[in-house]
Design a protein around this ligand. Sequence first.
Ligand SMILES: *Cc1c(COP(=O)(O)O)cnc(C)c1O
Length: 271
Amino acid sequence: MLTPADTKTRHDQHGRYPEARTVEAFQRNLAAVQARIHEACRRVGRNPAHVRLLPVSKTKPESSLRLAYAAGCRMLGENKPQEAHRKWEAMQDLADLRWSVIGHLQTNKAKLVARFAAEFQALDSLRVAEAVERRLQVEGRSLDVFVQVNTSGEASKYGLAPEDVPAFLKALPAFSALRVRGLMTLALFSSEAQRVRQCFVLLRNLREQLRQSAPAGIVLDELSMGMSGDFEIAIEEGATVVRVGQAIFGARPLPDSHYWPSEGNDKESLP
Ligand SMILES: *Cc1c(COP(=O)(O)O)cnc(C)c1O
């Protein structure tokens, strides 16, 4: 029987997933990912109902997103606020489709996110919290947010240093339109499963430690961690949300450096 110690990353598949071009292809891919989620849960005795699959549609055209919707997706993750906003505007006819912004936000884009997003997973500064809060008040909306933590220690990655998270959380109750749900991270992009796993363990331990001391109204139930290449390891370590793009939509045309600037994490640079 396979145990978590055997779980490997699937980064070798990075950039190779075939493009999903039909509703059936999306259904197949979604079922395959769900089967992997169930397997990972089984290995560690978790209930798969406690793991939410967030399909990530960044860089994909509207036609692809519509196929994903037809295959049953009702929330899509997008990395860039402007691209997400454009797609949201174009797909107003799909009234029950919700949007999660999972990438770094600049304060001058806060207005966009406040207008259409249901969820924002990359909160990493008080300046952004202030900007989004102000715009949410104008719109009369509120937003589910995740605090992004840099668990890999890479200078190029966004997110708060783990040691800065406690003070950051203490400041968040001041923003009444932000509903804090949990923590989010991107693991090290490495074929060494053990080093990837350490990032997820760090996020879970941080959550356990902070749950006791979190201010009233700050709920840390969620751990958003894991993507196409490493979500099984993330689930073994407690992920409640996995963000999966390529394994559902197919490989992206652009290298990752396009939307994760200067990370140098293209397939070629795998250690
Ligand atoms: C693109 C992206 C993902 C999904 O990556 P895949 O390799 O396509 O599964 C997950 N999280 C974030 C923040 C992303 O930008």
